[in-house]
Each structure stands twice: as C-alpha cells, then as structure tokens.
Design a protein around this ligand. Structure first.
Ligand code: TXA
Ligand code: MG
Length: 350
C-alpha cells in the first residue's frame, strides 16, 4: 500500500483534503491525523472491522483498548451508559484538550474498541484538523497514537511516516504537536478519580476542579506480577527508543557528576553515548551527544520535546541514553512516567 502524506496549511483552503480523509475513514480505512498531544491512527469507532485494521497497522495487542475521539460534548451521550456529575465539570473545564475520561460504556461501542472492558475512554482533541475530521465523518473516531506498538509516539507527520509507511493509505500533516505527550487518562468510575496515565492536564489542574484526585501506583512504578491493571496500556514497556535508557535521580549536582562518570565508562567500552540534559546542565557535560529538553522550570516545554529527542537519539545511532530525572510536579509527572518506561524502569539514585 502506498502511503500519501498531505499537508494542511490552511483548514479553509485545504478542506478538500479533510474530505478525502473522511471518505477513506467512512470506507473503513485507517488514516493518521494530528492532535495537540500526539498523532493518532484513526478509524470509525463504531465499526469493529475498521477498528481491527488499527490493531493490525500498529501491531497492537488486542487487550489494549483505544480512545474514542469526539468533536462535540453531546457526541458522548450515545457512547456511555452513565454521565457522572464530575465528568460534566471536567468536560467543561478541559475539553477540547488533553484529557481522556473513562466512562461506563453503552452497547453501541464495539468490544474491539474497549478490549472487552465495560468502560470506554473518550476525549475531545484540541486540534482544528482533528475536530474538522471527526465532524466531516459524522461519527466518533477511535485512535491510538500513530506509532508501531511499543515504539515512541509520533509528534510530527514525519515520525508517523517512519513507523507507518506502507501500512496505511494517508497521513494528514498538521505540523508539530504542541503538547507532545499523550493525553491524561482519568478513571471516573471509582469513588475518587484516579489518574491512570498523566499528561497535559496535570494532577494539580484536576485537583483544582475536582478536589481529591489519586495517582495510580503504576504511574512511576512497574506493574508487579499478578496485579490486575486498570489501564492495560500500563503493563507494556512503552516509548522505547532502540538505545538503552538509564535515568539518574538525586540532587542536580550529583546527577550531573554521575552522568559524566557513566558517559566516560560507556564511551570507554566503545558505546555511543547520548545525554538527555536540561538547559541548566547542558554546558556541564564533557562527552556524548547532548540533547536539551528545555528549562527545568518549564515542564510543558520539556514535555513537548521529549519524544522527538528520543527519536533523535535513534537517528544518531546512540547506544545508551543517560537521562536526568526532573521534578514530577505539573507536566513533570507525565515526563517521568514516559521516561521510566523508556528506560524499562532503570533508575540509578545518587
Ligand atoms: O493523546 C492521546 O491520548 C493520543 C491521541 C491520539 O489522542 N492517543 C493515545 O492512545 O495515546 P493510546 O492508544 O496510545 O493510549 C490509550 C491509553 C492506553 O494506555 C489504554 O490502555 C488506555 O488509554 N485506555 C483506553 N481505554 C481504556 C479503558 N476503557 N480503561 C482504562 N484504560 C483505557
Ligand atoms: Mg500509544
């Protein structure tokens, strides 16, 4: 299959491109499209055969459910069996935006989408191309991140092409994703809301609106054997570049010192070393390919650069990435959630 990439510069002028994309989706095909978080791999959420093609294109395990994307709040009604009062408040506060809410599902949502769960994950993306595409289709779009399963989520159309060339007919290019990490996944089916996956809508933002909010134990820790996970995606080692990743945690001076030592050791073994630094520390590293996430006091900026930095290390054929731990408040929690998975939970304390 030939994969076309069509760039959308001006939504009004390029509306015919969106129409082509929606025609493909209406015909049961899979199309990649931009959102504010990461690129998605979209198909008709109400058509199990179309949804099956998403799993195939990604190589995704069938037990990992998909997020259903809507363009209007009222689209949610027929997809769920119960609307908790807290959900209404959240949708008003954060939609469109990087917040996915878990609801009890209605019968029209295929089991294929929810991997047999009785809940469904729904979000309204804050990207004009995504919203227009959903509108044009006239039905909700199921979409995981548009990467091969286990790989790093794509934040540009080029990233999608690297993973999906020959596997899908069309990629809509809407430029670089502004948030750069996947949406926050919030479970509202329990008494106290639980963050299953942190993202651009932070714990602090949710607490301001909801009061008490919990963070699932597996956000920064591996799933222990035998524990049933709330969000199946959490048991997989995600976001892995080809290079091995090692995170160093502690006081900043200690982190820098240890990374410099490790860099020398690995380089002496003939390995190509990458260092994931921050603006405050970049000048303090002697050897290795140094990439800068951003300033330590700007977690949203660091978040937006993380995935492209991990892909860049692969492009530079780095063997090992030494990464700094960053503060886990605000978007920092989402950054470290992705980083510990990229590292296979390999964290050194200094
Ligand atoms: O920002 C995003 O959320 C992007 C864009 C494309 O919208 N999508 C995305 O989808 O990241 P995906 O499939 O890569 O991640 C969806 C996550 C997985 O960890 C999955 O296990 C979880 O959401 N999930 C989906 N449905 C669920 C459900 N009913 N209950 C619990 N977790 C669910
Ligand atoms: Mg994903």
């Amino acid at each position: 299959m030939k994969t076309r990439v069509l760039k959308i510069n001006d939504l009004q002028r390029d509306v015919n491109i969106i129409e082509q994309a929606s025609e493909l989706i209406r015909a049961g095909q899979v199309v990649a499209f931009p959102t504010e978080t990461v690129y998605g791999l979209g198909a008709n959420a109400l058509d199990p055969r179309a949804v099956e093609k998403i799993f195939k294109a990604k190589g995704r395990p069938g037990d990992n459910p998909l997020i259903v994307h809507v363009s209007k709040t009222r689209d949610v009604d027929r997809l769920i069996s119960e609307l908790p009062p807290k959900a209404r408040v959240l949708m008003e506060a954060f939609w469109p935006g990087p917040l996915t809410i878990i609801f009890k599902k209605s019968p029209i949502v295929p089991d294929k989408v929810t991997a047999g769960l009785n809940t469904v994950a729904i979000r309204m993306p804050n990207h004009p191309v995504a919203l227009k595409l959903i509108d044009c289709c006239g039905f909700p779009i199921a979409a995981p991140s548009a990467n091969r399963s286990g790989h790093i989520s794509p934040t540009t159309a080029q990233h999608v092409l690297e993973d999906m060339e020959g596997r899908i007919p069309l990629i809509l290019d809407g430029g670089k994703c502004s948030v750069g990490l996947e949406s926050t996944v919030l479970d509202l089916t329990a008494q106290i809301p639980v963050i299953l996956r942190p993202g651009g809508v932070t714990l602090e933002m949710l607490q301001e609106v909801l009061g008490e909010v919990r963070v699932d134990i597996n956000v920064l820790k591996p799933v222990s054997d035998g524990r049933k996970v709330k969000s199946p995606g959490m048991k997989y080692t995600h976001y892995a570049p080809r290079a091995q990743v090692l995170i160093v945690r502690g006081k900043l001076d200690g982190i820098v010192e240890r990374i410099n030592e490790l860099a020398e050791e690995y380089a002496a073994q003939g390995m190509k070393v990458g260092i994931l630094a921050t603006r405050e520390t970049r000048e303090r590293y002697g050897i290795g390919e140094v990439l800068v996430l951003g300033g330590r006091t700007q977690p949203a900026v660091m978040a937006s650069n993380l995935f492209s930095a991990l892909r860049e290390f692969d492009d530079r054929a780095v063997d090992i990435v030494l990464a700094e731990w960053v503060d886990t408040s605000n978007e920092g929690l989402a950054i470290m959630n992705r980083m510990v998975r990229a590292a296979g939970f390999n964290v050194i304390d200094v």
